[in-house]
Design a protein around this ligand. Structure first.
Ligand SMILES: [Zn+2]
Length: 253
């Protein structure tokens, strides 16, 4: 070290100190991983799945890849036997929209095997399709049918749709944009007549059962009285929130 120091002082006007010890070779890869301490990464929690505002979402260039969870959800939809669903091609949209493993939910199958069509057939994720089919087949249709009144059709309004919440410019991406939400108008009966879910003149016992069952099956339920955007229909989705938070806002009167 002393010889090196003396040589450096002698060459003080030079730009390079030849006696300085050579620096250690740099690692071939000096990426972020090498800078991180060895701390185990916790598993992602459901509450961490919240989506960024529209402006922070990069455009998607390729269809999203189906995950093992998507495969399991689609298998569960088929296994449960409550849906007539048609597999659709992966959907990709701008601003993070898309569905990796979408289905068209054509009809729900009741316990007696009777099928009731959804019109129009909504496009959505398999997990949502499973919840929707169960809600319609187990809760909605049984509570609305009587000996002389049969449900002929489920009237939905909007499922997959790449847009901001409540169709407001600049709003956070809607669950509709990832196939995780559906809007319902109501049902049509055989022989005529309809029931609109948002109608405040519905039988209160029937309306209460519809709302209660929806709020059990879905993490977001928005109807009349919620935010001014759902006075004519009911919005249902499966958005995952921190700490398992749920929204159930549907005024019946
Ligand atoms: Zn909606």
């Amino acid at each position: 070290m002393r010889r090196g120091l003396l040589l450096c002082l002698w060459l003080v006007s030079a730009t390079v100190c030849s006696a300085a010890p050579a620096p250690p070779p740099r690692p071939r890869e000096f990426g972020p991983q090498s800078l991180l301490p060895d701390i185990p990464i916790p598993p992602e929690r459901p509450g961490d799945l919240g989506r960024a505002p529209d402006s922070a979402i990069a455009p998607a260039a390729t269809p999203p890849a189906a995950t093992a969870a998507d495969g399991a959800a689609c298998a569960a939809l088929t296994a449960k036997g409550q849906a007539v669903a048609e597999k659709a091609a992966p959907v990709v949209g701008e601003r993070g929209c898309g569905i990796a493993a979408p289905v068209l939910l054509r009809a729900v199958v009741l316990a007696d095997g009777r099928k009731i069509a959804l019109a129009p057939a909504p496009l959505m994720r398999c997990e949502l399709a499973t919840s929707v089919a169960s809600w319609l087949a187990e809760d909605v249709v049984p509570v609305l049918e009587t000996e002389h009144r049969r449900v002929a059709r489920i009237d939905d309004l909007d499922a997959y749709d790449c847009r901001g919440r409540n169709k407001q410019p600049g709003a956070k991406l809607s669950e509709h944009g990832v196939g995780d939400a559906i809007d319902f108008a109501g049902v049509s009966f055989a022989g005529g007549g309809v029931l609109r879910f948002a109608d405040k003149g519905n039988d209160i016992n029937v309306a209460t059962l519809l709302r209660t069952s929806a709020c059990v099956r879905f993490t977001t339920v928005l109807g009349p009285g919620s935010d001014g955007f759902h006075e004519s229909h009911v919005h249902l989705d499966l958005e995952a929130r921190r700490h398992g938070g749920r929204i159930c806002q549907w005024s019946l009167r």
